[in-house]
Design a protein around this ligand. Structure first.
Ligand SMILES: Cc1cc2nc3c(=O)[nH]c(=O)nc-3n(C[C@H](O)[C@H](O)[C@H](O)COP(=O)(O)O)c2cc1C
Length: 203
């Protein structure tokens, strides 16, 4: 176990890789901001984190004809590799009409496709543990998007941490520097701790 220092904090290098993704590609997305805070909290606890930007990955809509003609696009293969290499996931999802957005669904659908018969079924998802969060401008906190996303991830074989994090009135919550009120930071710390704990146990 290596111990590395960062600023005033001492981090314990746990060797745990967390992949973070946001279900919004909006430039000023509250969910992306929330994800960034959550990943930072996980890093302070010793995780290695990578933030995926689905807006920069040119994923086509899933099309079986496209897959039949040319196999899995390179973007999907690369994405799949990143998922396979991750131990845990942090996902921040907007709520669109009471559901998690199509951007995430399309990404998951591609990720379930196999590169060939030697590629294990659901290799991008199996054994993963996920911490979920949602930011909404209104007062719902994305409870329906979190429920639908949880159901989707269970179907794919991902263990979802109980008690996802909801950020209500997101437009009023972030400081200019992207920070959140202390009670929100504490809740995100708790989620990071629970995720790392679950991943250490599943080693
Ligand atoms: C198509 C669409 C549907 C939406 N549906 C909901 C909804 O069902 N519940 C809700 O609380 N907010 C809803 N919203 C508002 C989003 O929560 C809000 O736009 C949020 O800021 C989007 O996340 P982002 O900031 O990460 O892009 C909807 C927004 C859009 C564009």
């Amino acid at each position: 176990m290596i111990t590395v220092g960062k600023g005033n904090e001492t981090m314990t290098e746990s060797g745990i890789n967390i992949l973070g993704l946001s279900g919004s590609t909006r430039k000023e997305s509250y969910n992306t901001k929330l994800l960034m805070v959550a990943l930072e909290r996980a890093e302070l606890k010793g995780a290695r984190t990578t933030q995926l930007d689905l807006g920069t990955i040119n994923l086509p809509f899933y099309d079986a004809d496209l897959e039949g003609q040319s196999g899995l696009p390179d973007e999907v293969r690369n994405l799949k590799k990143q998922f396979e290499e991750a131990d845990g996931l942090m996902i921040a999802t907007p709520e669109y009409n009471g559901f998690f957005p199509g951007l995430l669904k399309n990404c998951f659908d591609w990720l379930t496709r196999r590169t060939g018969p030697e590629d294990p079924i659901l290799s991008a998802f199996s054994g993963k543990v996920a911490g979920l969060m949602s930011a909404t401008v209104g007062g719902s906190g994305g409870v329906r998007s979190l429920t639908s996303l949880t159901s989707q991830l269970h179907y794919l074989g991902v263990t979802v941490l109980p008690r996802p994090f909801s950020l209500i009135h997101a437009g009023k919550s972030f400081t200019n520097g992207g920070a959140l009120p202390v009670e929100n930071m504490n809740a995100l710390d708790d989620m990071s701790a629970a995720l790392l704990h679950a991943l250490r146990k599943s080693d």
